[in-house]
Ligand binder design. Sequence first.
Ligand SMILES: Cc1ncc(COP(=O)(O)O)c(C=O)c1O
Length: 352
Amino acid sequence: MTRFWSKLVDDLDPYVPGEQPQDQQYIKLNTNESPYPPAPAVEQAIRNFAADRLRRYPDPQSSKLVAALADYHGLSPAQVFVGNGSDEVLAHAFQAFFKQDEPILFADISYSFYPVYCRLYQIEFHRVALDYEFKIDFAGFRRANGGIIISNPNAPTGIALKLGEIREMLADNPESVVIIDEAYVDFGTDSANQLIAEFDNLLVVQTYSKSRSLAGLRLGYALGQDHLIEGLQRVKNSFNSYPIDSLTDAIGLAALSDESYFQQCNRQIIASRERLSGVLTDLDFEVFPSSANFVFVRHPDCAAETLYLELKSAGILVRYFKAARIDNCLRITVGTEAECDALIDALKTILN
Ligand SMILES: Cc1ncc(COP(=O)(O)O)c(C=O)c1O
């Protein structure tokens, strides 16, 4: 606290991302990054990028990238909004749609940035408890609200809702914006983007950080009907006209051009996830059914914090949340096959 901070800043409880240690080579299974490099076309786009282009401001509308994303998702450019990582897109969406008379709703166990945005924008929120298997309790969401946000698949559990369940939630809440945060959708979940024509209250948010191996780039986007995208544009143009730099624009386009590489990496991650889930089950872990690029697990005989610390001293980083209901669980990103093997070997040693 300093006397210069506003009361709002003093009251903030900022989000703390997973460790990004700079000092040692860890096997990093803690922030759900891809273990595979971006598409070869990305490297080519970086090589071909003329530094002289950086003299000029970027296209404030990212028109080419927006058109390509619209085409990719079968939408019109007016239905796409791009931002500096999906975190920024989500922040704009909270500000654009969620400051209402009623509190917004999200699951008690979900992406821990949601309450942080609420505090920043002074949005009331109510956490709806997941059931004992960490599944969404739909009855809990049937109450007056100023908006709903669901991470699908959920983070950090990895558990996904079916499209029919999302449709029901949208139909039940015609007066609220429902945001589906699809950071992990490409690892085996149906995207809600196919419901956009049907529902004027649906905003889908996706990212290049996970399935496109570009967490370091900072590129995310929202899909929704024109009026929602226009709401986001109004916030963005009152905040930063140029959130996407010219190089990111070029790389974002390039990454979209190689569908077969994208599908191949995602297939491999899904296969590794299934193998890892099986082995962890054999090691007596309870493994929640994951549709993401991570698994969420707990062990009946060994505290999650102990496992986290011992894995760290063995050079393997996983994510441990000291939070209610999940402080005996670990979230482990699916790595390469070799990284999964190293994790399994380390766990066998620790558990013996
Ligand atoms: C559920 C969820 N949404 C959004 C994000 C933000 O992703 P990014 O800002 O890298 O696009 C993350 C990152 O871990 C996430 O887990």
